[in-house]
Design a protein around this ligand. Structure first.
Ligand SMILES: Cc1cc2nc3c(=O)[nH]c(=O)nc-3n(C[C@H](O)[C@H](O)[C@H](O)COP(=O)(O)OP(=O)(O)OC[C@H]3O[C@@H](n4cnc5c(N)ncnc54)[C@H](O)[C@@H]3O)c2cc1C
Length: 366
């Protein structure tokens, strides 16, 4: 039994693979669809297949989530907007009134949110708030807020005077909140920067106990890191399939697969993909066993993103210039994968975090 996946998950993987090949790939490639229309159709298909709600179901096993993400990525559709419902994320378990005003509308898709964690490099101070009666008065800036321009509210990491870090829900129409910049990154995703100038936010918009903001943010970021790692595993598998077809194709002078130097490169692609997949599955199993997997999630993310970037680069060398033509699957994979070495934690910073996790906190497994 490959990868020791339970039979029901193997069946689910097969179904999702079929759905990707027969429905999602044609939707991805249909030039007549606007992005909004494509997202709506993907969402409808995903809902009908029972995929959409998986990210919103607390009980969904991590291994299931990651194997299905990997399967979608292998078909080159894992990034399509509309595939998965917004997860509760840092709003997990919030009490009323935030539950009704923000969490439930977000899960229903009626309100969009974005995660505001990163500070611009030139910010003089991390975003902070003072308590004023029943309000927090928030000042500061955030950058690289993915989907921020379309969000009705942000979850913002804020340093509250005298209390410590908190994740705070801030409606984007609040006076004092300004969208200062919209931009698009190499992979085509949209981001925004925000300024907060004495923005008054109800005090109950601070989620959880005082001071536990970083912990909440970290739980969300860890889940995203594993999702990225699974996406890389699938993308690597798709890239390897494509390279194999190219190498075996008959051409003048014979198929490239006959060359030993080409085989060396191809073999290395497979070895890396094997190691990365094993790492991601093991990390999922740690999470499903209820164990602390912060460091392992970092290790999986760094290993997977670095290996996948290297793999697509090698694949392009093997296939040749045609692979760099806009619209080629390898050119598209290169654009998507490159940002993942920075998003949710830059590689070297994460390496240092893993070192700190073990040397200073005694955490992390080999
Ligand atoms: C596609 C994409 C989507 C994103 N979405 C979001 C989002 O939704 N919300 C959000 O909050 N953020 C988001 N980000 C931001 C992302 O989390 C940051 O880009 C990432 O954490 C790296 O931070 P940085 O860009 O400030 O780079 P830095 O952390 O400044 O790193 C740049 C370089 O400086 C080095 N460096 C950093 N610190 C030190 C030091 N102390 N000493 C020596 N060298 C150092 C690093 O190793 C690295 O080489 C997104 C980024 C991308 C690319």
């Amino acid at each position: 039994m490959p990868d020791f996946l339970p039979p029901d998950l193997q069946a689910q993987r097969q179904q999702v693979g079929d759905l990707a090949a027969t429905v999602l790939v044609p939707l991805r490639d249909d030039p007549s669809l606007t992005p909004e229309c494509r997202a709506a159709q993907v969402r409808a298909v995903s809902q009908a297949a029972g995929l959409y709600a998986l990210t919103q179901t607390e009980a969904a096993p991590e291994l299931t989530l990651l194997v299905l993400r990997e399967t979608l990525a292998q078909h080159g559709v894992g990034h399509l907007p509309g595939l998965f419902g917004a997860s509760a994320g840092v709003l997990q378990g919030v009490a009323e009134p935030l539950r009704s005003s923000h969490l439930l509308p977000m899960l229903a898709g009626d309100k969009h949110t974005a995660f505001a964690f990163t500070e611009p490099a030139d910010a003089p101070r991390a975003t902070w708030a003072r308590v004023d009666g029943e309000h927090l008065v928030v000042t500061g800036r955030k950058s690289y807020v993915t989907g921020g321009a379309d969000a009705q509210f942000l979850t913002v990491l804020v340093e509250i005077d005298g209390q410590g870090p908190a994740m705070v829900v801030i409606d984007t129409h609040t006076p004092g909140v300004t969208l200062t910049r919209r931009f698009t990154s190499l992979d085509g995703s949209h981001h925004a920067a925000f300024a907060f100038e004495q923005a008054r936010v109800p005090r109950h918009h601070a989620i959880g106990a005082p001071g536990d903001g970083r912990g909440r943010a970290l739980a969300k970021i860890s889940a995203l890191r594993r999702a990225i790692a699974a996406d890389c595993v699938g993308t690597m598998a798709g890239v390897i399939d494509l390279v194999a077809q190219e190498l075996q194709r008959e051409r003048r002078g014979g198929a490239r697969a006959a060359s030993e130097r080409v085989r060396l490169r191809y073999g290395e692609l497979r070895i890396q993909a094997y190691a990365v997949r094993a790492t991601v599955y093991r990390t999922a199993r740690l999470v499903d066993a209820g164990l602390d997997a912060v460091n392992e999630s970092i290790a999986a993310k760094v290993l997977a993103t670095e290996a996948a970037n290297q793999a697509v680069d090698t694949a392009i060398q093997l296939v040749g210039g045609e692979a760099l033509v806009d619209g080629h699957p390898l050119a598209a994979a290169l654009r998507r994968l490159r940002v993942l070495r920075l998003a949710e934690g830059e590689t070297d910073t994460l390496r240092v975090n893993v070192a700190r996790g073990h040397l200073d906190l005694g955490k992390g497994r080999l």
